[in-house]
Design a protein around this ligand. Structure first.
Ligand SMILES: *Cc1c(COP(=O)(O)O)cnc(C)c1O
Length: 480
């Protein structure tokens, strides 16, 4: 008790020696600092005050191990810390990552990467004025919807289309504009949650549409839907089970059957939330199970929606396609204005879609390219990498093993793509160390850890990035 009190007294005493803000403002150190960062006295003082208050708290908390507050070292220390704080404020938060995890679409890593040609179009449209809402031929106001609509219609066979902020927004808009205060029939097996923050049931509640659940988690039959239709029904909705698979004793109703059922009731629309929505035919490569948007519309869906940055490999967006009458209702709704996309998104989407139309997606779309990369090509790249790692001559051992890449992003959960992995280890560092040092480097490099080995999947790594990984491995000793 007594000791504690004495300790507190000493601390109070120390705190009293902290120079005043006014005194610190006069120092050479502070002036050099202001000059270096081109800061005003006011802004610099603000930052300085933040540091002083942290120092004061630390002294009072008895964990201050810096110089005595009355010393010149103390001034160096606080101005130095203010400098560190300023650098932190002035650095960008979004940083580049080299993804060697083998997960192609990672929601935490920004999902789809955009290709060079796509980014060139975004640059051209964004650094200059553009015809976002202007009709150049007629010299009158144009529609923002026009840019992507033609391409979506051509690729999906839909009568009309529009683009909103993301697929969650698309679901929300469709339910609000077409089914508010009315019933929407959904199978219990499809009431999915995606990424912990998007639940069909919650979105529906927010939209004002009334959820009418039918069937059970593993089985829903056509007669369940049929019996559920009543005067209040406005929509039958099918939600694509994108991030999980129900196996075993299951039954779901096919698109054709649900489309036919809805056609028997004049006021009931049939909507499919496709989640990913493939425009590329993955079945060609034996990567099965993902319905193509066009085939779902051909089978009779009135309206569909899907994400721009999942399997499509474009920017974050929600794409809605289907009957013109329904799309027109959506375009006119006030929410369409709330959920509308920016010119950068439209530019990226337009180029992404155009590449599909020209059949260039496998070559130019990084997501499609990564998914369809031949295994032998990854093996070849991995061999070169192993050679280069050995060539560093600083004790690394590396070898190639077979493994699996994941598509990720809540798509095709049961599909695994055969790949080769490079296992890297160092005599002085644990694999956890290697993994962490690479992660904390610049750029950040993400690897997998499996059975205490750091593994790199080069499927999503370019040759330039591979050189950067080598460089990071070479300098690993100097990093902490
Ligand atoms: C991913 C997904 C969504 C949400 O799409 P975002 O583009 O992430 O908003 C909605 N429904 C399904 C079935 C999905 O898979």
């Amino acid at each position: 008790m007594r000791e504690k009190k004495e300790g507190a007294n000493i601390m109070n005493h120390l705190v009293r020696h902290i120079p005043s803000i006014h005194e610190l403002q006069q120092t050479n150190q502070f002036h050099t600092f202001l000059h270096h960062h081109h800061l005003s006295m006011e802004r610099g003082t603000d930052l300085l005050k933040q540091v002083i208050s942290i120092c004061r708290a630390s002294i009072l908390n008895e964990d201050w191990d810096g110089p005595h507050p009355s010393s010149t070292d103390f001034i160096d220390e606080v101005v130095g810390q203010t400098d560190v704080l300023t650098r932190k404020f002035h650095s960008l938060s979004l940083r580049r990552i080299i993804n060697a995890t083998g997960t192609i679409l990672h929601t935490n890593l920004g999902r789809a990467r955009l290709g060079q040609e796509t980014m060139n179009h975004v640059m051209a449209a964004s650094c200059h004025y553009n015809n976002l809402e202007y009709d150049i031929d007629e010299g009158v106001r144009g529609s923002r919807h026009s840019h992507a609509e033609r391409l979506i219609c051509e690729l999906t066979g839909a009568e009309a289309a529009m683009v909103v902020n993301n697929n969650a927004a698309a679901v929300f808009l469709i339910l609000t504009a077409l089914a508010k205060q009315k019933e929407v029939i959904v199978s219990r097996g499809e009431l999915v949650e995606i990424g912990g923050s998007f639940r069909i049931s919650s979105i529906m509640e927010e939209s004002g549409a009334l959820l009418h659940e039918v069937g059970t988690t593993n089985k829903t039959h056509l007669k369940d839907y049929d019996e559920a239709v009543n005067d209040e029904t406005r929509m039958i909705m099918k939600v694509h089970q994108s991030n999980f698979v129900i196996k075993g004793f299951t039954a779901t109703v096919q698109t054709e059957e649900l489309a036919e059922l809805s056609r028997m009731h004049s006021n009931v629309h049939y909507y499919e939330d496709l989640g990913s929505g493939a425009l590329y035919d993955f079945t060609r490569l034996g990567i099965v199970n993902e319905p193509m948007v066009k085939s779902v519309l051909d089978k009779g869906a009135d309206i569909v929606s899907f994400s721009g940055d999942k399997l499509l490999g474009g920017p974050q967006a929600g794409i809605i396609a289907g009957q013109k009458g329904l799309i027109d209702q959506l375009k006119k709704h006030q929410l369409a204005r709330v959920l509308r996309v920016d010119k950068m998104t439209l530019a990226a989407l337009e180029m992404t879609l155009l590449q599909y139309i020209k059949g260039e997606e496998q070559e130019k779309n990084p997501t499609i390219r990564a998914i369809t990369r031949p295994k032998e090509e990854i093996l070849h790249q991995s061999r070169k990498f192993v050679e280069d790692v050995q060539g560093l001559g600083i004790g690394y051992t590396s070898s190639i093993i077979e493994g699996q890449s994941q598509i990720g992003g809540g798509t095709m959960p049961d599909v695994e793509l055969g790949t080769y992995l490079v296992a890297v280890s160092h005599p002085l560092f644990s694999s956890q160390d290697v993994h962490e040092k690479l992660r904390k480097g610049k750029p950040s490099i993400l690897t997998r850890i499996q059975d205490n080995v750091a593994l790199l999947d080069l499927r999503t790594v370019s040759m330039d990035e591979q050189m950067e990984i080598l460089h990071a491995l070479k300098n690993i000793q100097g990093t902490d």
